[in-house]
Ligand binder design. Structure first.
Ligand code: PLP
Length: 368
C-alpha cells in the first residue's frame, strides 16, 4: 500500500455531509462574492486567532502584499525576512516595489534569530516579516519589542501556522498584523486559493476591506488603488466547516509528530525537529534533514512513500530572484537546510501504522 505525501480525500469525506447541502444551496442561489459566509468566516477566524479583525482575501500572498501596501511600504524601503521560506514571502515585498532583505536561519534551527533581524535594520527598513515555518510558532515577543523600538511594523507570515502556539500565545497574535494562507494543503485549507489578514488595527482593516475590492468602500466609489483580492463565498463556507475541526486535526498531527520524534530522534546522523515544552506546533510539515537527502527520498519512493521538499532551492538562488545579486554561500544555513531537508507524510488522517512504516523506512536507510 502506498503512503502519499498528502491526501486531502479523507478531509472531504469528514465534512461532506455538512458541506454538500450548504454548497448546493449557494450554487442554486448564485451567491459567490461576499455575503454571509464570508462575514461569518471573518468573525469566526478572528475570534479563533484572538484578534479584533480578519479580512478574507484571495491568498496569503495577497494578504502580505496588500498589508505592506496599506502601510505605505514601497520603492526605496526594505523589509526583513528569513531566507528559508516559500518564495511568496519575498514576492509580497517585491510586488510593493520595496527590497526584501534576507537573513539567515540559526545553524541547526528552522528560524532566524531576533539578533539577526536586529543586525539587518537600516534607515530604510520599514517592516520585519518573520515566518512561522512548518507550523512551528516562533515566540515573537522580543521581535515585537525590536520592531516597536525602531518604529517598524511586524507582520507575521503565519501561512503555515493555523492554531500553532508558543508560550500559550497563538501564531498571529504577536505582530501588528499576520497573514494566513488557506491553500488546500494547509492545516486549514480551502478548496482553491484563499487567504486572510488578521489585526487589531482598525485603520489597516478598513484599508484592506477597500483594497481587496478595487479600492472601493461602496459600489463605484474607488478611493484607493486596489485589485480583485476577495475570498470567494464558497471558500469561506468550506473554511467555516473545517475551522470547527481545526483543533482536533492539529491534535492528530501532534500525535503523529510525537510518534516520528520518538522513532527518529535516536537515529544518528538524522536531524529531527525539536521544540520547547512551552510550544505547541501545529506541524504543517514534518521535515527531517540528512546529508543524503536525495537518496533518502528515492529509497522512500521505492517503498511507496511520498515525500516533499520545503524548499529545494532557497529563495535567493531562484532564477526569478537573480536580481537580488546573492551568490551561493551568502546564506549558508538556509542553503544547507534546503539541500538536506525532506518532508515526510503528515496530516490529520495519517494513520499511526503508516507513520510507523515511514519512520521505519527512514531508519532503515539512515542506519544501513
Ligand atoms: C510560508 C508561506 N508564505 C506565504 C505563502 C503564500 O500563500 P498563498 O499560496 O495562499 O498565496 C505560503 C503558501 O504556500 C507559505 O507557505
Amino acid at each position: 500500500m502506498k503512503i502519499p505525501f498528502l491526501d486531502l480525500g479523507p478531509q472531504w469525506a469528514e465534512i461532506r455531509e455538512e458541506a454538500e447541502p450548504l454548497l448546493g444551496g449557494m450554487f442554486a442561489a448564485g451567491r459567490f462574492i461576499g455575503g454571509e459566509q464570508v462575514e461569518l468566516f471573518e468573525k469566526e477566524f478572528a475570534a479563533y486567532i484572538g484578534r479584533r479583525f480578519c479580512v478574507a482575501l484571495s491568498s496569503g500572498t495577497a494578504a502580505e502584499h496588500f498589508c505592506l501596501r496599506a502601510w505605505g511600504v514601497g520603492p526605496g524601503d526594505e523589509v526583513i525576512l528569513p531566507a528559508n521560506t516559500f518564495i511568496a514571502t519575498s514576492e509580497a515585498v517585491a510586488l510593493t516595489g520595496a527590497t526584501p532583505v534576507l537573513i539567515d536561519i540559526e545553524p541547526e534551527g528552522v528560524h532566524a534569530s531576533v539578533e539577526a533581524a536586529a543586525r539587518a535594520i537600516t534607515p530604510r527598513t520599514r517592516a520585519i516579516m518573520p515566518v512561522h515555518l512548518f507550523g512551528h510558532c516562533m515566540n515573537l515577543v522580543r521581535w515585537r519589542a525590536l520592531a516597536d523600538a525602531h518604529g517598524l511594523k511586524l507582520i507575521e507570515d503565519a501561512c503555515q501556522a493555523h492554531g500553532s502556539l508558543s508560550g500559550g500565545k497563538r501564531a498571529g497574535t504577536f505582530g501588528h498584523a499576520a497573514a494566513f494562507s488557506f491553500y488546500p494543503g494547509k492545516n486549514l485549507g480551502a478548496c482553491g486559493d484563499a487567504g486572510a489578514l488578521v489585526t487589531d488595527d482598525e485603520a489597516l482593516y478598513d484599508a484592506l476591506l477597500m483594497i481587496r475590492n478595487h479600492g472601493a468602500s461602496k459600489p463605484f466609489d474607488h478611493q484607493l488603488l486596489g485589485s480583485t483580492e476577495r475570498m470567494d463565498a464558497i471558500q469561506a463556507a468550506v473554511l467555516r466547516i473545517k475551522l470547527k475541526r481545526l483543533d482536533d486535526w492539529n491534535d492528530r498531527r501532534r500525535a503523529r509528530a510525537a510518534q516520528y520524534v520518538e522513532a527518529l530522534a535516536p537515529v544518528e546522523g538524522l536531524w529531527v525537529p525539536r521544540w520547547d515544552d512551552a510550544d505547541s506546533p501545529c506541524h504543517h510539515l514534518f521535515v527531517v534533514r540528512h546529508s543524503a537527502r536525495d537518496g533518502l527520498a528515492r529509497h522512500l519512493a521505492e517503498e511507496g512513500i511520498g515525500t516533499g521538499m520545503h524548499y529545494p532551492v532557497p529563495i535567493h538562488l531562484m532564477p526569478a530572484n537573480r536580481w537580488m545579486g546573492l551568490q551561493r554561500g551568502s546564506l549558508p544555513h538556509a542553503e544547507k537546510a534546503c539541500e538536506t531537508g525532506l518532508s515526510l507524510p503528515m496530516g490529520p488522517h495519517l494513520a499511526a501504522e503508516d507513520c510507523a512504516r515511514v519512520a521505519q523506512a527512514v531508519r532503515h536507510f539512515v542506519e544501513r
